[in-house]
Design a protein around this ligand. Structure first.
Ligand code: FPP
Length: 252
């Protein structure tokens, strides 16, 4: 698929678009601080950036978009900020669900549901049920999510199945664990974008990102626009993916 870009060099190495893109939406606080605004204003503008990105991702042919909306570590932020983020997430589902459904977006949550606010859980499960059959784009919302915790939950499921005699310990391999992750059934992320410049994974899709390409952009999340997304996609297409094997030339 051809995509227009303002970026300098055309993509040459890979021609394929990423099927699954993950985004670490960082920099809301810094965006606000740079403008003398409260952090919540950065998060509000972050929701607008998210709306734009879902639309742009669909138009550019991305099939799965996973966004890191709230990590298991984010609970340690000041109470007011946590409560503001919860309100924004609830409002996003309430206000945007109909539009997402009309646009053919399937909504899914990954993360720990245990102990979450029942109001959020109900909103999420209703959104998942309403959009289950949609296939234009899958929007995976990583909420109360941590990669290590997700792997531990999968390991616990495996342990329970082994203990109950329904799973042979010899059958526990990478695929078996993969099938018990929250992302079971989804393709692995091809590209992970992090905004705001920091070179960290921050407990995001640790297992699934084994062969993902990382693109870190300096832009703060509230300023992330179509141009920034296209820039990341162009960078992805310039990368040569080898998945631990040899490059095409050396194999011949
Ligand atoms: C990182 O910025 C962003 C977050 C921790 C939350 C992301 C949330 C949103 C974009 C809005 C709510 C989400 C949904 C799904 C509606 P930061 O606060 O860590 O920024 P900083 O590193 O500059 O302080």
């Amino acid at each position: 698929m051809a995509i227009s870009s303002t970026a300098a060099a055309p993509a040459e190495v890979g021609t394929a678009m990423p099927v699954h893109v993950g985004i670490i939406m960082d920099g809301n606080g810094r965006w606000a601080a740079a403008r003398g605004l409260p952090r919540i204003e950065g998060h509000r503008r972050g929701v607008e950036a998210l709306r734009r990105t879902v639309r742009n991702a669909g138009e550019l042919g991305i099939k799965v978009l996973t966004i890191y909306s709230f990590s298991t570590e984010n609970w340690s932020r000041p109470k007011q900020e946590v409560s503001d983020l919860m309100s924004l997430i609830k409002r996003f589902v309430r206000e945007d669900l109909a539009e997402l459904h009309r646009a053919g977006v399937k909504v899914m949550m990954i993360g720990d549901r245990e102990g979450l606010d029942p109001e959020i859980l109900k909103l999420v499960s209703d959104a998942e049920a309403l959009t289950r059959e949609n296939d234009k784009l899958t929007l995976v919302v990583a909420f109360n999510y941590g990669g290590r915790q997700e792997i531990a939950r999968a390991a616990r499921r495996i342990a329970a199945e082994v203990a109950s005699g329904t799973l042979d310990p010899e059958a526990v391999d990478a695929d078996a664990l993969d099938r018990r992750l929250d992302t079971a059934g989804l393709p692995e992320p091809d590209l992970i974008i992090r905004t705001s410049g920091e070179l960290r994974v921050s407990n995001f899709l640790l297992w699934q990102a084994a062969y993902a390409e990382f693109v870190v952009l300096p832009v703060h999340w509230p300023d992330f626009d179509r141009g920034a997304l296209v820039q990341a996609l162009d960078e992805f297409r310039r990368r040569e993916r080898r998945f631990g094997g040899l490059e095409a030339r050396a194999r011949a």
